[in-house]
Design a protein. Structure first.
Length: 281
């Protein structure tokens, strides 16, 4: 599932392609992705609106739109298999296209193989998010105060989007490895000093991932020159970011620090990777 860096890369890619574009018509092929917004409401609201801005909040894409004197926000989420891109109107639509916006000479396409994502006028999920990782109000002290409320393993708690918005499975493992904290450690046992280290590493890991483009090669549709993706390596970066991950998906391989084999466990139905020597409980 795309995490904060993947969504940020996508937002930066789409923003100049969408800003100032007017939505001339809307085609909804999978009403499920609009939930709970009715199809009729969705189409009536969006047709004639102009996309003013595109921004990210956690793992969500927020489209700021204007129609007449009114302004509103459209929320997008890629789910597990979603892709959002701009293509020429003459291009054939992908098999699993869910929503299409006619933008004049171009079309915005939201495609989702499993239809777990969302493109909706309901903003409830985004309104429940915690602070962004770079929020100045997010300090070691405020983080510890929230962690003290939970006995969950710290790795599981980091995935709680009401704690910090945008941290996903890959980067939670990377952060804990860099900080030297066992993923099995109870969240309420993290110290202020450790929380400070976690915050530094959260910001460093995410900044690095965004700068590198993401974790896997570009996923193109159609001609390779299209450059359309939902997550992947940014054009021009020399190495795949996945090769730079220090612990994630390295089960059985030697730790880059102590050579102890990296272990994999399952927490909250997700894979966790850690070094049992460098990250003692």
């Amino acid at each position: 599932m795309p995490e904060l860096p993947e969504v940020e890369v996508l937002v930066r890619h789409l923003r100049p392609l969408l800003s100032g574009r007017k939505i001339r018509s809307v085609s909804v092929r999978r009403a499920k992705v609009l939930h709970p917004t009715p199809v009729a409401t969705f189409s009536k609201t969006l047709i004639g609106a102009t996309i003013q801005e595109l921004r990210r909040r956690g793992k969500y894409l927020l489209f700021d739109l204007k129609k007449g004197r009114g302004r509103f926000v459209l929320l997008g989420h890629l789910g597990m298999t979603g892709r959002m891109f701009v293509a020429a109107k003459k291009e054939a639509l992908p098999k699993h296209t869910a929503v299409v916006f006619d933008l004049g000479g171009k079309q915005f396409i939201y495609e989702d193989t499993r239809y777990f994502g969302r493109l909706t006028l309901d903003l409830t999920s985004a309104e429940q998010l915690g602070p962004e990782p770079w929020d100045e109000a997010l300090t070691a002290e405020t983080l510890v105060r929230e962690l003290k409320k939970s006995r969950q393993p710290v790795k599981v708690k980091l995935l709680d989007q009401t704690l910090i918005a945008g941290i996903g499975n890959i980067y939670a493992s990377e952060v804990l490895f860099r900080t030297g904290i066992s993923p099995r450690r109870a969240a309420n046992r993290v110290t202020v000093a450790e929380a400070g280290g976690m915050l530094t590493n959260i910001r460093d890991v995410l900044n690095e991932a965004i700068a590198c483009g993401s974790t896997i090669p570009l996923n193109f549709t159609g001609r390779k020159s299209d450059g359309l993706f939902y997550f992947g390596q940014a054009p021009g970066t020399p190495d795949y970011y996945e090769e730079r991950l220090r612990v994630y998906d390295r089960a059985g391989k030697p730790c880059i620090h102590c050579q102890t084999p990296v272990k994999r466990i399952v927490q909250a139905a997700r894979s966790t990777f850690f070094c049992p020597q460098c990250q003692k409980k």
